[in-house]
Design a protein. Structure first.
Length: 465
RNA sequence: GGGACCAUAGGGUAGCUUGGUCGAUCCUUUGGGCUUUGGGAGCCUGAGACUCCGGUUCAAAUCCGGGUGGUCCCA
């Protein structure tokens, strides 16, 4: 895959994930196959969130005065907001913003809902589309003007400690999701100039793309009391005083889907973890004029068996050559392919092919096929995960000098440096290298790579999307 | 934020320099028909394009201006 950009663009189109020819910049159409992939990914996320959050749905439009309330927040988004200014030909009294994110839609309602400490904590989420007028070059799923799959959670707590704890929970939930999807990630604390507008601090997930750039795939923000103050969210304590609660919010987007595609795909097309594959098993009958009844009845029998055990199975009955079906199944990332033909039946077996390694496995008709499929899916996800993590870990390089870090990044890798943690120093580093400090990780000792003062953290520098 | 390049069937392209030969090339795709089917089938017969708006000209896919969309580089 020497040209990732081109590969990504092609695979989205050829595997019918989405059609980016929609006549508005940065907006694409989810095609049936892509929509299913998206659906299964969001279902996995919902399962995780539903354990302690409630799903809700807030309106798309935000009145101008609400959007404008939180100064720092609005400043972070104002150049990217789409506005609704007219109803028909009549100009609206108050402009309506199309949400770029939903804090300003949700928090005025929190102010109404929260009266007492008994109402807390609140933990809810929604999966919606949001709009941002991107002026940079857009890219399907990665930088878009309509984020079609914005899964945002918002929580409110009595104590600062609880909010801190919630940040950890958010990180845990996202880690679990990425583990299921076999996506490797780095969690770091964003530098202060790169945090969510209005947040106290931002924890971020970045993954590593095949072209050597990192992609932010999730963020968890500790909002402190900033928004509570702005939106006048207060609760009554046991002592009948009124206090500001602490808030967090965290979100994922279409970029998670981009990562599943980019992380595992190969020159033949998509490679998908079985858990989210639109079709998990495709059965390809090999039909000749003679003996097709036998083959077709065996195909039907095996299809029923697999289906009854809860797998998404498809029989490719089309009147085209098998070879073409093989290529298509590979392009679509179908985890498991089963070939059934007269030759196999004579030998009392069927042939399985796993998508990740393309290894062919002969399975006797006497064996327990379902057990084998379950084991294979588990092993495939594990194999994909190991491979992806190995690539990420192998590309994080500890460096001692700025020059080395530049070389590392030019080499398509991520540099780990020691950093003092001072804003001015960090911004100088970014200025000088033209690169981004992703964020800081564990505390460290030694000297800052740039200013030479005592280093406080390990920080990561990379070329980012 | 600044700059460069690009736009021809569903996808990929030739033609553009030097306007007329274009009633537009080739591959892929695609409708119908027959023969086929263990890694992208073959034959027959059909279908499908000059990004949009304006300008120059006897004449524009080709030249000029703008819009829209795309790609890339620098900050």
């Amino acid at each position: 895959m020497e040209n990732f950009s081109e590969w990504f663009h092609n695979v989205l189109e050829e595997a019918e994930i989405l059609d980016s020819r929609y006549p508005i910049k940065g907006m694409s159409v989810w095609l049936p196959k892509g929509f299913k992939l998206r659906k299964y990914i969001t279902e996995e996320l919902r399962k995780l969130l539903d354990e302690e959050h409630d799903e809700t749905l807030f309106p798309l439009l935000v009145p101008e005065n609400e959007l404008a309330k939180e100064g720092i927040h609005v400043k972070g988004f104002e150049e990217e907001v789409y506005w609704v200014t007219h109803g028909g030909s009549k100009e609206l009294n108050e402009k309506l913003a199309i949400r770029p994110t939903s804090e300003t839609a949700i928090y005025p309602m929190f102010a109404l809902w929260i009266r007492s400490h008994i109402d807390l904590p609140i933990k809810l989420y929604q999966v919606v589309n949001t709009f941002r007028y991107e002026t940079k070059h857009t890219r399907p799923l990665i930088r878009v003007r309509e984020i079609t799959t914005f899964a945002e959670a918002h929580t409110v707590h009595v104590t600062k400690e609880e909010a801190e704890e919630q940040v950890k929970t958010g990180i845990k939930i996202y880690s679990e999701l990425f583990d299921k999807l076999a996506i490797p990630y780095i969690v770091s604390k964003r530098p202060s100039w790169d945090k969510f507008p209005g947040a106290d601090y931002t924890m971020a997930f970045d993954t590593f793309f095949p072209d050597g750039k990192t992609l932010q795939i999730g963020t968890v923000h500790n909002l402190g009391q900033t928004f509570a103050k702005t939106f006048d969210i207060k609760y009554e304590t046991t002592e009948s005083t009124h206090e500001l609660p602490y808030q967090t919010c965290y979100g994922l987007s279409d970029r998670v889907i981009a990562s599943v595609i980019a992380t595992h795909g190969d020159e033949k097309g998509l490679v998908l973890p079985a858990i989210v594959a639109p079709v998990q098993v495709t059965i390809i009958p090999i039909i000749f004029k003679d003996g097709q009844e036998e083959v077709l009845s065996k195909v039907e029998e095996i299809e029923k068996l697999i289906k009854d055990n809860g797998f998404r199975v498809n029989v490719d009955n089309r009147d085209i050559r098998p070879g073409k079906k093989f290529y298509e199944a590979e392009l679509n990332g179908t985890p498991l392919r089963i070939e059934i033909g007269p030759r196999d039946l004579k030998e009392n077996k069927i042939v399985l092919t796993r998508r990740d390694t393309l290894e062919k496995i002969n399975v006797s008709l006497e064996d327990d096929l379902i057990d084998i499929i379950n084991d294979l899916f588990e092993d495939m996800t594990k194999t994909m995960k190991n491979k992806a993590w190995k690539r990420l870990n192998g590309n994080v390089i500890s460096v001692e000098t700025l020059l080395e870090s530049k070389k590392t990044i030019e080499n398509g890798q991520i540099a780990s440096i020691k950093w003092c943690g001072e804003d001015s120093c960090g911004e100088d580093i970014e200025e000088e290298t033209g690169l981004d400090i992703l964020g800081t990780q564990e505390k460290t000792s030694g000297k800052c790579i740039y200013c030479g003062k005592d280093a406080k953290y390990n920080a990561l520098i990379a070329k980012t999307y």
